[in-house]
Design a protein around this ligand. Structure first.
Ligand SMILES: *Cc1c(COP(=O)(O)O)cnc(C)c1O
Length: 471
């Protein structure tokens, strides 16, 4: 049983705030922050007492000094940001849980500029009149994709929602049963369709859908033929799907618009870099759908955004749709998107400067060098008993981009004679900086394809700290 007597000398918040030591802390730290931290420490004392056991009865002075010893860490913890930089050693380049695409230095600078002052976001500096935020990116998107018109919203889910609401509210949308996908984070095509006010008409079967299936399902209520890129899985075996080009021909013949949700559509042709599997936005549009939608922070390697590109007759009305205002892109993302698109004016520059592109395209040999650098750094730091080796493995583009593509890579494989790999993995995850890693074949695997050179010192220090920690 907890003994209430044990807490009888516990000081009050008010009296603690008057003590000399706390007053000194108040010279540097806002009062509200200190009060919060004092309350949390007192609560912890009560919890510990309620936990039972043979506790000591402390004097008021003893409680006060115990509290003061814990207070600095408690204040620091309360002030620490929740959203933190993490070292991604998973080898998954577009890792949705880790914030998808890291931005280029150019994009980061553009965000800082836009964030720290006023800007011509919706102001035509030449004419002195109001203008549209879209103008900062639309021309670049048209140049890079060959589209007649482009619109940009908050993310690709918003882009899909806007297209469906704008083109098909109150009418039918035909989708193959093999493409009724869930992308993750509760983005499900049937749910988005329902929210848009359109009615889903499923055609074909899970594994086989033919052009005739669409054709027979078309009625006077049909507003749109929708094709969805199967971003995060593949169907193999006895399968058949209708290529976008054939669907586009059917749509043109029947006078029904065709839309393709590409998800991870790229600007850069990865096939040229030896990585097959995903069409560029330009190639997708050349197949003939009236409109395509893509994410800004997948293979494009920019900020969270949704790009709608296609025929003028389809895209222009969407810009004036009331939902456009609710789904609009904010100025920081717009700044990052413009800077990212600017890099694409030259493919070689994009490849060198857009982190997602350079990480995916980096040569194995260069990844191996980084892995060796990490091993040397840990060794130079004393090694902490860790056994390290450089081993081949596979990275993945991630982000629902090219699910079938495995990129050869090199990992630093780690074990420790006294610390289980699960324990090492957890310590790294909870460390500073936090490190996300994988476990495979009884070893902790650090895939350095997704680790930047500048992160190596932090990663080595985190490894040494994880191995050295005693508990
Ligand atoms: C990722 C993805 C989405 C969602 O895009 P967000 O930018 O995350 O909103 C929609 N459709 C497909 C096919 C995707 O791959």
């Amino acid at each position: 049983m907890p003994d209430p007597q044990r807490l009888r000398n516990l000081p009050s918040v008010a009296s603690l705030m008057e003590s000399g030591d706390v007053r000194r802390i108040l010279e540097r730290t806002p009062r509200a922050v200190v009060v919060d931290a004092v309350r949390r420490v007192l609560l912890a004392f009560r919890r510990e007492a309620a936990g039972g056991g043979a506790g000591t009865i402390r004097t008021r002075e003893e409680w006060t000094s115990l509290l003061l010893s814990r207070l600095p860490a408690e204040i620091a913890g309360g002030e620490a940001p929740s959203l933190r930089r993490v070292i991604n050693a998973t080898g998954i380049v577009i890792h949705t849980n880790l914030g998808r695409a890291p931005l280029s230095e150019e994009a980061v600078r553009a965000v800082t500029e836009a964030a720290s002052g006023y800007s011509n976001l919706e102001f035509d500096l030449a004419a002195g009149t109001r203008s549209s935020r879209l103008l900062h990116v639309e021309e670049r998107i048209l140049a890079l994709t060959g589209a007649e018109s482009a619109h940009v919203v908050n993310n690709n889910a918003a882009a899909v929602l806007l297209c469906l609401a704008g083109m098909a509210r109150g009418r039918d949308v035909l989708v193959s049963r093999g493409e009724l996908v869930e992308i993750g984070g509760s983005f499900r095509i049937p749910d988005i369709l329902a929210e848009s006010g359109a009615t889903l008409v499923e055609v074909g079967t899970t594994n086989r859908t033919r052009l005739a299936d669409y054709e027979t399902a078309v009625t006077g209520r049909t507003a749109l033929l929708l094709k969805v890129h199967r971003s995060n899985f593949t169907i193999s075996g006895f399968t058949e799907e209708v290529p976008a080009a054939e669907l586009a021909v059917l749509g043109d013949r029947l006078g029904i618009p065709v839309m393709e949700d590409l998800g991870s559509g790229a600007v850069f042709d990865f096939a040229a870099a030896g990585i097959p599997g995903t069409p560029t936005i330009r190639q997708a549009l050349q197949q003939g759908p009236g409109v395509v939608t893509v994410s800004g922070d997948k293979l494009l390697g920019g900020p969270q955004a949704g790009i709608i590109a296609g025929r003028k007759a389809i895209v222009d009305p969407l810009k004036k749709h009331p939902l456009s205002r609710a789904l609009r892109i904010d100025k920081l993302c717009l700044a990052a998107l413009e800077a990212t698109l600017r890099l694409y004016a030259d493919e070689r520059r994009a490849l060198a400067r857009v982190p997602v592109l350079s990480m995916i395209a980096e040569e194995e040999g260069s990844v191996r060098l980084r892995a060796r650098k990490l091993v040397r750094r840990v060794g130079a730091g004393g090694g902490a008993g860790l056994a390290l080796s450089v081993e081949p493995g596979h990275s993945s583009p991630g982000g629902g981009a090219m699910p079938e593509v495995r990129i050869p890579t090199f990992c630093v494989a780690v074990t420790h004679p006294d610390v289980r790999v699960e324990e090492l993995e957890e310590r790294l995850r909870r460390g500073d900086p936090p490190v996300a890693a994988r476990i495979g074949k009884g070893k902790l695997l650090l895939d350095v394809r997704t680790v930047r050179d500048g992160e190596l010192p932090g990663l080595a220090a985190a490894l040494l700290a994880a191995a050295a920690r005693e508990d």
